[in-house]
Design a protein around this ligand. Structure first.
Ligand code: BTN
Length: 247
């Protein structure tokens, strides 16, 4: 493992309810090292954002959680963690296959072209006004080739060949570690790179914003996670819950 600490404690499980739940139990027991990684071949109750299930064909994909201690990140800027982690997935994918058109759909879905290939579920532990630790759960579709969800894809579908999950896991460990270190030294740099990777940036799309169907352009995302949209020439700041994508 080409990292300082991430993945040095690698817990491989055949089957688990959810790797994020497993990580949360380690935190509760106060028995974990910075950079611990939990990988499962199968999740029986994989969780996505907004209380959705995360479905993944057993053995085909990466379902894993990375555990990090976090230093001096104000809780009100916890979104920068999302930016750091989703960028790390992009960096790892581009190292693996540089020609891929990798993008981040706000807040943290990773797309190749118009297909979602990865989802992130980040669960932070807050103490006082600061983030103390974070569980970065990543579901990365690697070798699955059939999906129920119409806009889902995988690296195998994008590259046209079966891919080595362990190579991808090693790339994820080093990209995540680098970005976790940048959280403290250069959060603004992370946010500007995050913005460069945004899916559908500045292109006119249809959204349901606060209940109204509108044509809008996504302009940028701030470090508190709010997005700025251009709607009919005026700029509006929106929270995630205000916005539904229409495809
Ligand atoms: C989403 O797109 O809604 C986020 C999906 C996150 C799925 C991963 S798989 C590994 C980790 N364990 C979970 O239960 N969820 C995350």
């Amino acid at each position: 493992m080409d990292t300082l600490y991430t993945g040095h404690n690698l817990i491989r499980l055949q089957r688990v309810d959810s790797t994020n739940n497993y990580a949360a139990k380690l935190i509760q027991a106060n028995k974990w090292a910075d950079g611990t990684v939990i990988v499962a071949e199968e999740q029986l109750a994989g969780r996505g954002r907004n209380r959705k299930d995360w479905l993944s064909e057993p053995g085909k994909n990466l379902t894993c959680s990375f555990m990090f201690k976090v230093f001096s990140l104000p809780a009100k800027h916890a979104f920068v963690l999302n930016a750091a982690a989703s960028l790390a997935v992009c960096d790892a994918l581009l190292k693996f296959a540089p020609a891929l058109n990798v993008r981040i759909k706000w807040p943290n879905d990773v797309f190749i072209d118009d297909q979602k290939v990865a989802g992130l579920l980040i669960e932070s532990q807050i103490r006082g006004a600061f983030v103390e630790s974070a569980i970065v759960g990543i579901g990365l579709n690697v070798n699955q080739t059939a999906f129920e969800f119409p806009r889902a894809g995988s690296i195998a579908l994008a590259t046209g060949q079966a891919c080595d999950k362990d190579v991808l896991l090693t790339l994820l460990c080093s990209a995540l570690e680098q970005n976790m270190l940048r959280l403290k030294s250069s959060p603004q740099h992370l946010m500007s790179r995050y913005n460069e990777f945004l899916y559908a940036l500045r292109s006119e799309r249809t959204f349901l914003i606060r209940g109204e169907e509108v044509a809008a352009r996504l302009l940028s995302v701030r470090n508190d996670g709010m997005a700025r949209f251009d709607i009919r020439g005026s700029v509006y700041s929106c929270e995630l819950d205000d916005v539904i994508w229409r495809w």
